[in-house]
Each structure stands twice: as C-alpha cells, then as structure tokens.
Design a protein around this ligand. Structure first.
Ligand code: AVI
Length: 320
C-alpha cells in the first residue's frame, strides 16, 4: 500500500468511527489539505491569533543564545516537526547562516505542499544551505529519525502544535521523541500558556470568521474526497475555553436537523438540531503541567524562554 493509500484508509476509518459515535468527533489533523493549509496561514496573520507573533518574538530575542546552545564542534541536525511555512525557523536559519554554523535542516510536515514550498524558498534565499525535507505524520517520521545519530540533533516543534493532542497522546508523542534522543540532543518546543480567557477565546473565535472556515474545511473535505453532501454553512463553529483545565475545544454545530450521506463510505449520518462534532483541542499550559509532561516522558526542562508580553513559552528539554 502506498503512503497516500494508507493515509486515505486511516482517514476513512476515522470518519466512519467519529461520525457514528455519540458525541460525534473528527480529528483536526484532517483539516490540513491545500485549502486547510491556506486557511491556517490566514489564521496566523490574524490580529487575534497572538501565538505566532509571540513565538516569533521569543526566537528573535534569543536567537544568538539559542545558536550558542545548539552549536558544537561536530555540527548538528536541525529537525523540525510540523515545519509549515517555516516563518519562525527562518529567523534561526538566518542567524546560523550569518555565523556560518555547521548544520543540516530537516523540515518535516504532514503536507507535501508545505514541504515543497518551504524547501524552494530556503533554496532561493540560501542556495548553499543543506535542506532535506520529508513528508509524513509525526509518529511515522519519528521512527525514521532514529537513523540521524552521527552528530547531535536539535529537534524543534513550534507553534504549540503539541496542544492539539490530549495529555495522554502528548506524552506518547514526547516519549517517542525521547526514545530517539541521545544525551547530547536537545528538544526545543513551544507551549501556549494559560492566560486571560478572553484572549484565548478570541484567538479561536475571530471576528472575520477565518477560524470558522478553517474548521468547516473538514466538512468541505468530506464533500470533496468522500462524496458527502454536507450543507456546510448549516454547521456553525463554536469555541469553548475552559480556564480550569486550560483546554480550548472547537466544535461544528448543526443548526438544523439533517441527514448527511457520505457516499464513498456508504454511510448515512443523522444530526439533531444543535448536535455537535468535536473537531479540535488547543491545550494551554503552565510550568507545572509542562514539568509533569516532561517527567512522564523521561525528559527534563533545561531552560525556559518567554516573550515580553508573557503569552507563550518555549522550553528546552534534555533526555533524563
Ligand atoms: C496548529 N495548531 C497549534 C493551531 C492551534 O492553535 O491549535 C490550530 C488552530 N486551530 C484554530 N486556530 C488555529
């Protein structure tokens, strides 16, 4: 089975399970086709979506400190999981380029489109830079990464991507990273922080409706790829941030009772009026929670970087 076929099969099984369950669910990882990538780019440019700028500011402010931490006599492999458009990483690449740092950049993303665009844009700016992009889901690609063991690895996961995983899955993910790390390797990861609930709520329920379109792309995708007949604008985006556990949850809510056919799966799905599909979690953290995640995964925090507005943090981890 090709990579594409196995992804498709997994996607179809997920849709069948998620839309037959009560309450219904679909995973946000399926939002990201070409249209989903484009909508996420628009989200990152929204004034309400503070995460991107906050993390950009951290990297910009601490770029020389980070270079000093990553640099060593053997050089290093810079492996980025979920590289996207690489906007923030490019600040580091520029810093490394200016200081003739010895490293290879290995961006990994679920979207081939993102990897192609990123590799081309880096080649245009830095023709000499060694870049080896790879497409795949985190879990599949991580297994392949264990062969990068000739020199120290710096693994970076930006954008609070870990927040899209419930704690148990986040621990599994961290454990898998921990497994392929040797003592001289470093993990540099972004975690969006708990803060004024209004700030978080508006980041995921923006006034222009881009986040609604992003969420609805799941249904458009089912219409396109599985011959479904969702009347997409009958499903409203809803965001609920719970300040007690730091979890922001996204839903699509049926505003009318309806019956949807997903022809490719031979599946009919009934929605009552106001019935929900839970589509995404965006977890918010504090130091204690990140310390707990690290401990459960055999990692330890070695340094913490915070932006000036105290919205976001990047943590450096070592293997325990
Ligand atoms: C990719 N991920 C970290 C984003 C987040 O903040 O959870 C996805 C997103 N969903 C709605 N807006 C942004």
């Amino acid at each position: 089975m090709t990579k594409k076929e196995s992804f498709q099969l997994e996607f179809e099984q997920h849709v069948e399970k998620g839309l037959s369950a009560f309450p219904k669910f679909l995973s946000s990882k399926y939002i990201y086709d070409d249209r989903g990538d484009e909508l996420f780019q628009q989200i990152m440019a929204l004034p309400e979506y503070y995460l991107t700028n906050a993390e950009y500011n951290i990297i910009h402010q601490y770029k020389s400190e980070l270079r000093a931490l990553f640099e060593n006599t053997k050089g290093f492999d810079l492996i980025e999981l979920g590289a996207g458009d690489g906007k923030k990483t490019k600040v580091l690449l520029e810093e490394f380029h200016v200081h003739a740092t010895n490293f290879t950049y290995i961006p990994i993303d679920i979207s081939q489109h993102a990897i192609d665009n990123l590799s081309t844009s880096i080649k245009n700016i830095y023709p000499e830079m060694e870049v080896h992009g790879a497409q795949g889901t985190y879990f599949k690609v991580l297994a392949a990464l264990s062969r990068f063991n000739k020199r120290p690895k710096v693994i970076i996961v930006l954008g609070s991507n870990i927040g899209n995983l419930p704690h148990r899955e986040a621990i599994d993910f961290l454990k898998q990273i921990q497994k392929i790390m040797s003592p001289e390797d470093t993990l540099f990861m972004g975690f969006d922080q708990k803060k004024d609930p209004y700030t978080i709520q508006s980041a995921y329920a923006d006034s222009t409706g881009v986040t609604q379109e992003f969420n609805r792309n799941l249904l458009h995708r089912l219409n396109r790829e599985m011959n479904a007949d969702f009347t997409v604008n009958k499903f409203e985006h809803w965001e609920a941030y719970d300040p007690e556990n730091g979890t922001a949850k996204s839903y699509l809510i049926a505003t009318e009772e309806c019956e949807v056919a997903i022809k490719k799966l031979n599946l009919k799905v009934h929605f009552n009026k106001w019935e929900t599909i839970h589509t995404e979690i965006s977890q918010k953290y504090d130091d204690l929670t990140v310390e707990w995640l690290a401990k459960e995964s055999g990692l330890q925090i070695s340094q913490i970087f915070e932006d000036q507005e105290k919205l976001f943090k990047n943590y450096l981890f070592k293997k325990k």
